[in-house]
Design a protein around this ligand. Structure first.
Ligand code: GSH
Length: 212
């Protein structure tokens, strides 16, 4: 069995899947794609290995190719159940999935807009738009800070893939101009716990400093 993950260096979704594989002790290799290539229609992005990346990350496990970090994480959980990262009961799994979908589908929209403008150079730079998207993202960070006043972890009363997904996204958002920890003491404490986790350190992009 050979797992290959196709990614761009600072993709938070790819980082999340790498961290899950580290947490579960799964061997894998990565292929970093040129982010500028990804500005083209990613459905046409063909790697030198012949894998069509409909979106990034693309996950290849022998003859299985998967897209969407949540789908990849669910697949890894089923194939490698230990340690459990998705929840032990139907209710716990629903809580983790809700958090993942809320983050990936809704909350990260401002970051996608900022990345299109500042990282991929796909849209015209507009400072007012940048400020607006950073404010929207900041509102989510405020909600996280509030959540961590009363909770140690994000979706469950223990560490789960929701913590990994939120952490990698928050960490990468700093590269798009987000001021993550100022005035957010409880969020900072959670980020510190995450900064120290082996799976996070081992899977971080090169030259990525700890967040908190
Ligand atoms: N919902 C997707 C998000 C994937 C995504 O937005 N990937 C970015 C890289 S981090 C991408 O493909 N960007 C290139 C583009 O938008 O063309 C997931 O969780 O995997």
């Amino acid at each position: 069995m050979a797992i290959t993950l196709y990614s761009t260096v600072y993709c938070p979704y790819a980082w999340c899947t790498r961290a899950v594989m580290h947490e579960k002790g799964v061997a894998y290799s990565t292929v970093d794609l040129d982010p500028q290539q990804a500005t083209q229609d990613t459905t046409q992005l063909l790697t030198s290995g012949g894998v069509v990346c409909k979106s990034i990350p693309a996950f290849v496990d022998d003859d299985v190719t998967l897209y969407e970090s949540v789908v990849i994480c669910e697949y890894l959980e089923e194939r490698y159940p230990q340690p459990n990262l998705m929840g032990d009961t139907a209710v716990e799994r629903a809580a983790v999935r809700s958090t993942l979908w809320d983050l990936n589908v809704r909350r990260t929209q401002p970051l996608a807009k900022l990345a299109a403008m500042l990282y991929y150079d796909r849209t015209t730079r507009d400072q007012e738009c940048v400020r607006r998207q950073l404010r929207r993202w900041g509102a989510y960070l405020d909600e996280l800070d509030e959540h961590f006043t009363a909770n140690r972890w994000l979706a469950l009363d223990r560490f789960s893939v929701a913590d990994i997904s939120a952490y990698t996204t928050v960490a990468v958002s700093r590269g798009l101009g987000a001021n993550v920890i100022r005035g957010r003491r409880h969020l900072r404490d959670w980020l510190r716990r995450m900064d120290a986790r082996t799976c996070v350190v081992a899977s971080a992009p090169e030259e990525m400093p700890a967040v908190a």
